[in-house]
Design a binder for this molecule. Structure first.
Ligand code: AGP
Length: 369
């Protein structure tokens, strides 16, 4: 088993460290930065349909649902197609309005999640076109879909999803750019710039991983907390949700992810000196607004841990701990900001003596509803 873990103490840590490679594998043969071109063979035959659809519905569970929320930001921003993101378990039991004009994207690492499969079957019966984003080749979900794109992250053993999540986000990024390219909602020069940067993201993830020692130190300071809040805005919000899910599933600390601006509508009441608050506070369009949210937390003596852009000075003046990630286009913020949150949860769980790879009550694929 030690051999399978490649010298790491746990599969989860190995899989976190694999991300520069898994993301590269996911993009291989699909992006051509110099030409400003994205190629997605799996959904090629549906290109005409994609040019004319009214909306996309994304269905998924858990971490895959968080990837779907990132996809919503990217597809709406670049391809200008309205997107709805649904929990598969809710969607299947509602009487949703689905027509032949709809495209449903089902996201699943395992390709075996019962609720996601049922949601696909229902949407298919009502005439929608179904795309899959899966990691396990030949699993049940890819067999149920009309077309799809594999994430190629390699086998994920840790129950807590890490490299599969960033690969799902990468595929959704590629899909957003692909649709934008087909629909003409992006200029060629903009696409060249974005793809050149995307091509460099695995290197930037490698740099983000280098903060491991600092993250371990931060973990030691908050490991005994009973609660933890994760706050972000824009595409930093699904990152906050994912950070909270990671922490609760492997460390059993109660954690919640929230859009930072919603804090004042309730969660702010929880803040005192015992409450660590993790902020996604990178330098992007919501930077100034996140700074004022940090001030609100500090004014109530909350402990602030901030994920910031390399070289940041503003947030450093306020936060208790800052963890840097390399600067990049806002489109790729979720890919980079997720890395320190994975490591933070990992170290906290190890310090608390938890079974990181197989947390209690959880299974890798949830094949019952
Ligand atoms: C992730 O860390 C979880 N263990 C869980 O939420 C998971 O993402 C969910 O069960 C969906 O699984 P799937 O991607 O295989 O469909």
């Amino acid at each position: 088993e030690m051999l399978e873990k490649g010298g790491f103490d746990h599969f989860m840590l190995k899989e976190i460290y694999e991300q520069p490679r898994s993301i590269r594998d996911c993009m291989r043969g699909r992006i051509y930065p110099e030409e400003g071109k994205v190629q997605l063979g799996g959904i090629k035959e549906f290109v005409e349909k994609l040019k004319n659809i009214d909306r996309i519905i994304i269905v998924a569970c858990g971490t895959s649902w968080h990837a779907g929320l990132v996809g919503e930001y990217l597809i709406e921003e670049y391809a200008r197609i309205p997107v709805e993101v649904e929990y598969a378990s809710e969607f299947r039991y509602r009487n949703p309005i689905i027509t032949e004009k709809d495209v449903v994207i089902a996201i699943s690492q395992s390709g075996e999640t019962a609720d996601t499969m049922a949601a696909i079957e229902m949407a298919k019966e009502r005439g929608a076109t179904i795309f899959g984003i899966c990691n396990v080749a030949g699993a049940s979900i890819p067999r149920l879909t009309h077309a799809g794109v594999y994430t190629h992250a390699g086998p994920e053993i840790g129950v807590a999803s890490t490299k599969a999540f960033t690969a799902q986000v990468t595929v959704l990024t590629l899909m957003a750019f692909y649709m934008a390219q087909q629909k003409g909602t992006i200029t060629q020069s903009k696409l060249v710039g974005l793809l050149t940067e995307l091509d460099n993201i695995p290197n930037k993830i490698q740099i983000a991983l280098e903060s491991n020692d600092l993250i371990k130190e931060v973990a030691s300071k908050i490991k005994d907390s009973r609660n933890c809040l994760f706050l972000g805005r824009g595409s930093g919000f699904p990152v906050a949700l994912e950070g909270a899910l990671k922490l609760k599933e492997i460390s059993y600390i109660h954690a919640e992810g929230y859009p930072a601006a919603e804090m004042k509508h309730g969660p702010i009441a929880l803040i005192d000196e015992e409450m660590p608050v993790v902020f996604i506070a990178t330098q992007n369009s919501s930077y100034e607004k996140v700074i004022s949210n940090i001030q609100e937390v500090k004014a109530r003596k909350g402990k602030v841990i901030a994920i910031v852009t390399q070289g940041d000075t503003e947030v450093k003046k306020m936060a208790d701990y800052c963890i840097e990630i390399p600067d990049s286009d806002e489109a790729f913020l979720p890919l980079l900001a997720t890395i320190p949150l994975q490591l933070l949860s990992y170290h906290i769980a190890v310090m608390r003596g938890c079974n990181v790879d197989q947390p209690r009550n959880l299974a890798k694929s949830v094949t019952v509803e």
